[in-house]
Design a protein. Structure first.
Length: 173
């Protein structure tokens, strides 16, 4: 069980500077603590040969959690190597997250992904690629596709509106 931090463990004025309340800061702190604890345990298992691969986030927890905290729940996450735990902040079950690391029957990807390449549509997170830096072009492509779909919908709506208005102006034969 991860210990609950005391409110005094956080810098006294951090909430004032960030615009976040004490409850939000505690939620983020607990998420960082969870990732740190998870990383320590998974790295121990990896060194024992019980886990094939694990991309630890140690030392980068604040960047990972702060980034996902700033997003809307409907935004997609395109994580880099050490940012897979962002999905835990969105409520992805820890049991399924760890099952994917082990590649056991609890793995929601059914073994179609390398260990520690978690992904889940339920939290809008795609798997990170083993090639470093590819998430940037993937995220841009997804954003472009989403905006082009919206443009097409707007265009179709405008055409339909013009046709409807045109039909009102012209008398029917």
């Amino acid at each position: 069980m991860i210990p609950s931090p005391a409110a005094s463990a956080l810098p006294g004025r951090a909430g004032e500077r960030s615009g976040l309340g004490q409850a939000q800061l505690l939620e983020m702190y607990r998420a960082m603590l969870l990732i740190r604890t998870l990383d320590e345990r998974m790295m121990t298992l990896q060194r024992q040969g019980r886990v094939g691969f694990y991309g630890a986030c140690t030392g980068q927890e604040a960047a990972c959690i702060g980034s996902v905290y700033a997003l809307r729940p409907t935004d997609w996450i395109f994580p880099a190597l050490r940012e897979g735990a962002a999905m835990l902040m969105r409520g992805f079950p820890l049991v399924h997250y760890i099952a994917q690391v082990f590649g056991n029957s609890g793995d929601l990807t059914k073994g179609r992904q390398m260990p520690s390449h978690q992904a889940a549509r339920s939290v809008n997170q795609v798997s990170w690629s083993s090639c470093i830096g590819t998430q940037l072009s993937q995220a841009v492509g997804a954003a472009w596709r989403r905006s082009s779909r919206a443009s097409v919908r707007r265009l179709r709506g405008a055409v339909a509106l013009r046709q409807a208005v045109g039909n009102l102006r012209e008398p029917s034969p």
